[in-house]
Design a protein around this ligand. Structure first.
Ligand code: AMP
Length: 190
């Protein structure tokens, strides 16, 4: 199995690239943000809970997110592998994911990280907010808070995977096509 963690700060292009990569490699793309947004739209219990955090740009609590992720993986037992997009976002999520995959006799093949400077990210997110309808993309203070969450809780995951020799940084500035090619160069080796 190929299990890829597609990593990077908000606005790095993870969703766009995951949509292309899942086709090329025949993997299931799980975006925890998308699953939360689907639940918000359908006003499920999970959606109502997640919304109270997402609206402020805060992370949804670990246990809620981990349980949801496990259910998504378990719903796709025939998959050749997964692209995890927006998960894990904390060390506790990463450790739970490792344990969960181990129980299925598989593991993370690698974390592939899109590296983009912050000033470009804010610009991209505000632009996306004009068309995506995402409330967390339309307000600069919410965007800044998402970066704070990223810096304080998520960025350390680089070390987590580096310690396992599984971290691969890719320059996330350039055309969508060029970035896909650079990601493929890495993923082909995993
Ligand atoms: P995203 O679509 O990945 O930018 O995620 C949007 C929002 O969903 C985040 O700002 C968080 O509030 C929430 N979220 C998505 N994935 C996670 C996660 N792995 N852990 C906690 N919260 C998450």
């Amino acid at each position: 199995m190929k299990n890829i963690v597609l990593f990077g700060p908000p606005g790095a292009g993870k969703g766009t690239q995951a949509d292309l990569l899942k086709i090329k490699y025949g993997l299931i793309h799980i975006s925890t943000g998308d699953v939360f947004r689907f639940n918000i739209k359908n006003e499920t219990e999970l959606g109502i809970l997640a919304k109270s955090y997402m609206d402020k740009g805060n992370l949804v609590p670990d246990q809620v997110t981990i349980d949801m992720l496990k259910a998504e993986v378990n719903n796709n037992p025939e998959s050749k592998g997964f692209i995890f997009d927006g998960f894990p976002r904390t060390e506790s999520q990463a450790a739970s994911l490792d344990k969960f995959l181990q129980g299925k006799n598989t593991s993370i093949s690698g974390m592939v990280a899109l590296e983009v400077p912050e000033n470009l990210l804010v610009e991209r997110l505000l632009n996306r907010g004009k068309t995506s309808g995402r409330p967390d993309d339309q307000d600069e203070s919410k965007i800044r808070n998402r970066f704070n969450e990223y810096e304080s809780k998520t960025a350390i995951l680089k070390d987590y995977y580096q310690k396992q020799n599984k971290y691969f940084g890719v320059d996330g500035v350039g055309s969508i096509h060029d970035i896909t090619s650079k990601l493929e160069e890495v993923i082909d080796t995993l």
